[in-house]
Design a protein around this ligand. Structure first.
Ligand code: C2E
Ligand code: MG
Ligand code: MG
Ligand code: MG
Length: 277
């Protein structure tokens, strides 16, 4: 009896694994076509200076317009990373984001652009060259661009990642550590890397006003950032209470639905038309 149950369980796992990998292969195939057909879009979310609440940076967030709906990166970045598609998608997002930055600048917005980089892209030493070429083509400087990397990217192969990040930082590109606090980086490791900005993961911001700790972790992270020293961005700010709490902790920058949700370039261009004095 036990044996037959075990066998059916194996058959079950085998079936579900097959289903999962079939779905992944289908998504990978559709994604390959999507890149060719130009179905990928880049939306932008403002990062504001807490003291003025003015937008100083836009973060580029990739979207896939697929079968009449807009799919978020959670649906396809993982699949892109496990195939060879992430390089192509990453380069496309960089090109679109920097092209759109040039448009925002032409409209008089004094902002820079922040782009998320996959750990896979950090294992390929062609990234600094790609970035340099794009900046030159578009007449932009390294200091116009920020690249957001996660701690996972640094754990895999910290020496290879450091070499690539050092080259980018030498071009004046700002290196941002995204989702800080949920990974495993040691402080000594962070100190070896050319990180100019830490983004506190939104799970810590969400604690403000909802748990008894009342953001004590955010204040610990802020103290640590001051010691390194690097500036910090609070991500996922949704309420006035959270905004006031992070302002009190001298968090220089913030991002979240309170200030603005990710939206297409067109939305932010209209915004600049209505707020221009
Ligand atoms: P992330 O870089 O940490 O981006 C922040 C995510 O939090 C975005 O989700 C954003 O829409 C969401 N968010 C912003 N403010 C709030 C808020 O106030 N409340 C809540 N609940 N959420 C907020 P999104 O666009 O789904 O992106 C998810 C992740 O996908 C990103 O996390 C980033 O790691 C990755 N990603 C996005 N675009 C790209 C890309 O072009 N390339 C790569 N490699 N990864 C990307
Ligand atoms: Mg990010
Ligand atoms: Mg983040
Ligand atoms: Mg995040």
């Amino acid at each position: 009896h036990a044996k037959s149950q075990g066998a059916s369980r194996i058959a079950f796992f085998d079936e579900s694994l097959r289903a999962a990998s079939t779905a992944a292969i289908e998504t990978a195939t559709a994604l390959r076509g999507a890149v060719r057909r130009g179905e990928l879009e880049v939306h932008y979310q403002p990062i504001v200076m807490t003291s003025t609440r003015k937008t100083v940076v836009y973060e580029a967030l990739v979207r896939w317009r697929h079968g009449g709906r807009l799919r978020g990166p959670g649906d396809f970045i993982g699949i892109a990373e496990s195939t060879d598609l992430i390089g192509e998608i990453g380069e496309e997002v960089l090109r679109t984001a920097l092209t759109d930055l040039a448009v925002l600048r032409a409209e008089g917005q004094d902002v820079t652009m922040s782009v998320n980089i996959s750990p896979v892209q950090l294992r390929n030493d062609s990234l600094p060259g790609i970035v340099g070429k794009l900046l030159e083509e578009l007449g932009l400087k390294g200091s116009d661009l920020a690249l957001e990397v996660t701690e996972t990217a640094l754990i895999d192969d910290v020496y290879a990642a450091k070499a690539i990040l050092d080259r980018l930082a030498a071009m004046d590109v700002l290196i941002v550590l995204d989702d800080f606090g949920v990974g495993y980086s040691s402080l000594s490791r962070l100190r070896e890397l050319p990180i100019g900005l830490l983004k506190i993961d939104r799970s810590f911001i969400a604690e403000i006003g909802t748990t008894n700790s009342g953001g004590s972790l955010v204040s610990a992270i802020a103290a640590m950032a001051r010691a390194l020293p690097v500036s910090i961005v609070a991500e996922g700010v949704e309420t006035e209470q959270q905004a006031r709490a992070i302002e009190a902790l001298h968090c220089r920058f913030a991002q979240g639905y309170l200030y603005g949700r990710p939206a297409p370039l067109q939305h932010w261009l209209k915004q600049s038309a209505t707020t221009a004095s």
